[in-house]
Design a protein around this ligand. Structure first.
Ligand code: NAD
Length: 254
């Protein structure tokens, strides 16, 4: 397999793991990310990759980046609309509207701008794979995280709809739903939820595992492997699916 792969928010976290999984097999990989320092660090480690500082919620940033990419590559095989942010935690009456909007914009509007471009380019070439990153928060009610849950459920709706719109053009569209992924981001989320709920960080950390059948967190590499599977020949007939990589979540409110 040698594919042209785009990963949004690819400079760190899950996006970086996805990008590195594809780079490791000699594919051509492009990433964008809103954090200039993270992009610089990624570019230094992976000089073969195309890298850009771009905020997925900015139509101007994305137009500039994606137009350049299209000119360089002439098409795209795999697009991973991965960017997202956890948003604020708290009872709904305490939430700030600007923070709500930022959460929905990064998770959903960014996916729209990415998929709009991918659909046009992939339709013209008659093939392609789009993966969107939802979350187990897109499958269950998630008390005190209403902006994030709302945005991630919307990603499921976008995935099912695009699979129907684009399937007749040979384009597959699937979503992955990671459970709690070990790393910096969940450390931040745990601290934020502990403050919002008035509980200890350890209690919050335990609650994440308690609601999971395998009693486990997952890794960014687990998520990257699942996308790699979808992109492989073994995944060639899989579309419109919402794939949880989470050790089987029973509830997000254990
Ligand atoms: P992260 O918080 O570690 O951030 C990864 C990268 O995203 C960072 O480099 C950051 O600069 C970039 N980014 C943030 N906002 C951006 C924007 N507007 N435009 C471009 N880049 C932006 O995130 P992560 O944990 O790697 O999560 C990746 C995806 O997986 C997100 O959609 C997230 O919601 C989802 N997810 C994460 C977890 C988890 O436990 N970490 C679980 C389920 C789903």
């Amino acid at each position: 397999m040698s594919s042209r792969v785009l990963v949004t928010a690819g400079a760190s976290g899950i996006g970086r793991a996805i990008a590195e999984r594809f780079l490791g097999e000699g594919n051509r990989v492009a990433i964008c990310d809103a954090d200039p320092a993270a992009v610089k660090a990624f570019a230094e480690t992976h000089p073969a990759a195309i890298t850009a500082v771009a905020d997925v919620t900015s139509e101007e940033d994305m137009d500039r980046f994606l137009t350049g990419l299209e000119a360089d590559w002439g098409g795209i095989d795999i697009v991973c609309a991965n960017a997202g942010t956890g948003g604020p935690a708290g009872a709904i009456e305490t939430l700030d509207y600007t923070e709500w909007q930022r959460c929905v914009a990064t998770n959903l509007h960014g996916a729209f701008l990415t998929c709009r471009w991918a659909a046009r380019v992939m339709k013209a070439q008659g093939h392609g794979l789009i993966t969107l990153t939802s979350s187990t928060a897109g499958l269950y009610g998630y008390p005190f995280r209403s902006p994030y849950a709302s945005a991630k459920w919307a990603i499921v709706g976008l995935t099912k709809t695009l699979a129907m719109e684009l399937g007749p053009h040979g384009i597959r569209v699937n979503a992955v739903c990671p459970g709690a992924v070990e790393g910096d981001r969940m450390d931040r989320v745990v601290a934020m939820e502990a403050r919002a709920r008035g509980e200890t960080e350890e209690a919050i950390r335990q609650s994440y595992v308690k609601g999971v059948s395998l009693r486990t967190w997952v890794t960014a590499e687990d998520v990257a492997n699942s996308i790699h599977f979808l992109a492989s020949e073994a995944g060639a007939r899989i579309s419109g699916q919402i794939l949880a990589i989470d050790g089987h979540t029973e509830t997000l409110a254990p």
